[in-house]
Design a binder for this molecule. Sequence first.
Ligand code: GUN
Length: 289
Amino acid sequence: MAAQILDGKSLAEQIRAELKDQVTDFVNQTGVTPCLAVVLVGNNSASEVYVRNKQLACEKIGVKSEMYRLPDETPESELLELIARLNANDVVHGILVQLPLPKPIDEQHILDAIRPDKDVDAFHSDNVGRISQGRPRFLPCTPYGILELMLCNGIKTSGKHVVIIGRSNIVGKPMALLLMQKGKGCDATVTVCHSRTPDIPTISRQADILIVAIGQPKFVTADMVKPGATVIDVGMNRTEEGLVGDVDFHAVKEVAGAITPVPGGVGPLTVTMLLLNTLTAAKNQCLER
Ligand code: GUN
């Protein structure tokens, strides 16, 4: 039997409709409009698309977005000055620096300069530390979206073996940190595979839930998946065939119990969780004033 398709697009639309109402209530109660500052350095074409999507999504639910574009050769000091200004600006509640940054810039140095209570990506060391201790300020957007997608589709994680392929700071590592926590939608046994893991197929076949974020088109083939497993594809690879995930969707959907499509799976939820984090940041900052 073919797998259940985990429709991230429709879940994202549903959550965004709820968020739109929450934003309206917040503005009516406080007179404050939640505002996200988006910083894009250089002209990475994929980043341009992601950033545009984030801005459009903000507009649609009544969150203000401010775009800061800096040229490729921007020195680190100039980027740090911009972040310092945004940190001090009370009108701005969330700050997102789109990654990757051009090579000479020390990415973690930049992320650690963002005020932790405005760090809606949850990439600041302080926020990562809090996540690892099970007391998050924000949840990182892609892993958060994946947790919501599983929760809303009745996919149980407690006691399940989750195998994550990919160890990036954006997806693989925070996903593992979240799933191993105590609590609803977590409590999983987690294995992380990466480029130096020998024999990934033997490990991936043990997964009740397989999460793939490795950036290689169709890396996961049908023989790497246990029959009935849930397969979450975080990949967005632009190929001659068009946009392709890290999973060979057509073959794997015949083996898996549930699977995310690309596009229309994880992607729309990442942006939705960014909107939710921005509203949370605005609420927290208003409470503190
Ligand atoms: N680049 C790819 N994904 C992300 C993300 O979630 N946040 C930021 N800031 N940059 C990214």
